[in-house]
Ligand binder design. Structure first.
Ligand code: NI
Length: 254
């Protein structure tokens, strides 16, 4: 069965049918999923979801675009949340120069602080990096991320950059974008990366795969992502499900 390594079911887009949807996962081949925090509120909600559903695990952290009002007291709170039983990672953390807000110095300060937190609590990191390839890599190297572990979620860079992260022992998170016709660069990355380094994710409610591109995404669309990875790697869909599941279990130490 499939593991969704990155989802946001706390999002208000799921307010109308969250319970029904989450209760339908297992019968639709989704074994477990990791709900990922993006700010303090969604990190708190993530913990609640892990308590309500046996197949929901969680990550707590603050997304770069949500770091403007962050304070050291929030980091202390994240540390408490990270100690909860089903919290398996710190994330999503990183740099986003596409939206470029707040200013880069603030993003970098809190990325660094949250990498330090991951080290303190001994959990893997979920990295969000958009249009910030060089700074992300430089900061991770400076923080010795190579002797921690984690995933670069919704990987969007080149093969050269993928090689750098793979050398650090990080996984690459692949989601709906891989099914898009214009995703040439990402298809090259999936061709290049060993299947042992790939994990499957939705980032739902965003980034639904074809043929549902543009709609609200959910873990139920993951078979479309699996099929495209299988096609690129010359594997059976069942093999991709099984191998990426083992990778996800290893990533989150489940
Ligand atoms: Ni996300």
């Amino acid at each position: 069965m499939i593991i969704d390594t990155h989802a946001h079911y706390d999002d208000e887009q799921f307010d109308i049918d969250r319970e029904e949807l989450l209760n339908s996962m297992k019968e639709n081949g989704i074994e477990l999923l990791v709900n990922v925090g993006a700010d303090m509120e969604s990190s708190e909600k993530t913990v609640e979801l892990t308590q309500q559903y046996s197949h929901v695990y969680g990550a707590v952290g603050v997304h770069p675009n949500c770091t403007l009002d962050l304070a050291e007291t929030d980091i202390e709170r994240l540390k408490e949340l990270a100690a909860m039983p089903k919290i398996v990672a710190i994330g999503e953390i990183g740099l986003d120069y596409y939206w470029d807000d707040p200013e880069r110095d603030i993003q970098r300060k809190w990325f660094d602080r949250q990498m330090e937190l991951a080290r303190e609590v001994k959990l893997p990191m979920i990295i969000h990096s958009r249009d910030a390839a060089k700074d992300t890599l430089d900061m991770m190297k400076t923080a010795h991320a190579g002797d921690m572990s984690g995933v670069v979620h919704c990987f969007s860079y080149s093969v050269d950059m993928a090689r750098e992260y793979l050398n650090m022992g990080f996984f690459l998170g692949i989601g709906g974008v891989i099914t898009f016709k214009n995703a040439k660069k990402l298809k090259e990355v999936v061709e290049y990366a060993p299947i042992e380094s790939i994990v499957i994710e939705t980032d739902c409610p965003y980034l639904a795969p074809e043929p549902n591109r543009g709609k609200r995404n959910s873990s139920l669309y993951l078979p479309n992502v699996v099929e495209e990875i299988a096609r690129i790697k010359g594997l059976e869909a069942e093999q991709v499900v099984e191998l990426t599941k083992q990778n996800a279990l290893k990533l989150y130490r489940l």
